[in-house]
Design a protein around this ligand. Structure first.
Ligand code: PLP
Ligand code: ZN
Length: 398
């Protein structure tokens, strides 16, 4: 029988709906994964390839097209990155981010438990993702967005027709208030780091390790905000390690923007717990959580695997966003590009060496919100009757 446990104090709970431990830390599922082997992976079917280590039964629908994303060896970025770089391209998910993995498992669990409603607290990728997955299963979906959400972002979410509630008040507090809310019928909130979301999102690390097997990458780098994704990747590495499938456990490094970097600050100071910060403006808006609900768990993940947590400037994020497009053909949102910027920092500081295999998880597509400022547009204006001459000019000196 499945139960949830606390990574920190070890307390176990039979009520798997329990999302926070009595000690205050987040819970996650304790599943019987010790006998997992790569031969248990099923053909096709997105996240359902790893159904044998998930707490739900696979079903047709959007879950089958979530996950199973490409791992791209990006040699042309090696010089800049300072190591042997591969990109795990999560923009290939149905709504353009890794959130689809967690939504697939969360929404499927809710449907199988006979729930009619799911919900989430998000003004970006998670809101789109939950709305889309709920739509595909015919479940209702409540999405809580901040009152001052930009209209462009709202329409991306609204196309899937969730119940959109614009909230005045402390948005960070909503995470806790939604988990405590009791309604009839009940709403299954699948927030940023809740146990079902963590299960779905752990599949990204199963995929990376499967693709590298029997070796493993030296390091995996991902952006961190709430800490849900970081927790999920760490959980997967623990499970794979316990199953005897990892010779060396990859070091986990997490990336933040300097504008909102509470977890990186705690890591640098050597603190046990994360202290809330007041978020400043950043182009990496998807990673701007100033009071991360799984911040302490992310700290533990970086420390236990021998990795670290770093933050990077707005300029470094812009530069890395452009590089990913211009040298690898991969269009990501600035939040995802923090990985490349942090890898450059780590290789400059000799924390990662040039012969190491490093995987950057680029968490979300840049197609949703490209801005002139991030792209840096350069054009040449020409006349049709000068075409041949201008073409010659254009290719000269390449
Ligand atoms: C949600 C999100 C993150 C942050 O993930 P957490 O689980 O909140 O740490 C990073 N990048 C993108 C694109 C996201 O949508
Ligand atoms: Zn606990």
């Amino acid at each position: 029988m499945a139960r949830v446990t606390c990574y920190d104090c070890g307390e176990a709970y039979r009520a798997i709906e329990r999302k926070r431990c009595a000690c205050g830390e987040p819970t996650w599922f304790e599943l019987d994964t010790n006998d997992f082997d790569w031969s248990d992976v099923r053909d096709g079917g997105g996240v359902w390839r790893y159904a044998s280590v998930l707490p739900v039964e696979p079903v047709a629908g959007l879950g089958s097209s979530s996950g199973d994303t490409p791992l791209v060896r990006t040699e042309r970025l090696d010089d800049y990155a300072g190591c042997r770089l591969s990109v795990k391209d999560e923009s290939q998910n149905p709504t353009g981010s890794f959130k689809d993995r967690g939504s697939a498992v969360g929404v499927t669990w809710a449907a199988q438990a006979g729930r009619d409603w799911v919900g989430t607290v998000s003004h970006g990728n998670m809101a789109m993702s939950m709305s889309a997955h709920a739509a595909s299963r015919g479940l209702g979906c409540v999405v809580l967005v901040p009152a001052r959400i930009p209209p462009g972002r709202l329409s991306l979410i609204a196309q899937y027709q969730p119940e959109l509630l614009r909230v005045e008040g402390n948005y960070g507090q909503l995470y806790f208030d939604t988990l405590a809310a009791e309604t009839d019928p009940p709403i299954e909130f699948v927030n940023s780091d809740t146990p079902l979301r963590v299960e779905g999102q752990k599949t990204v690390a199963y995929e990376i390790c499967e693709q590298f097997a029997p070796r493993s990458p030296d390091a995996i780098v991902l952006p961190v905000s709430s800490g849900g994704h970081a927790s999920a990747v760490w959980k997967a590495l623990r499970e794979l390690s316990d199953a005897g499938l990892l010779v060396d456990v990859p070091r986990l490094y997490f990336a933040q923007a300097e504008a909102v970097d509470p977890i990186a600050q705690a890591f640098t100071r050597g603190d046990e717990t994360v202290t809330e910060v007041d978020p400043q403006e950043t182009i990496a808006f998807s990673i701007s959580n100033g009071s991360p609900p799984s911040g302490n768990r992310a700290l533990a993940a970086a420390r236990e695997t021998g990795g670290g947590i770093r933050s990077v400037s707005e300029e470094a994020i812009r530069e890395a966003t452009r590089r990913l497009a211009s040298h690898a053909g991969i269009c990501v949102e600035p939040s995802s590009a923090t990985t490349l910027a942090v890898i450059k920092q780590l290789t400059d500081d000799d924390e990662i060496s040039s012969d190491e295999e490093v995987v950057a998880i680029t968490t979300g597509t840049g197609f949703k919100e490209l801005s002139e400022e991030n792209v840096g547009i350069e054009t040449t204006d020409i006349r049709l009757d000068d075409l041949e001459h201008e073409l010659a000019n254009a290719v000269e000196g390449r």
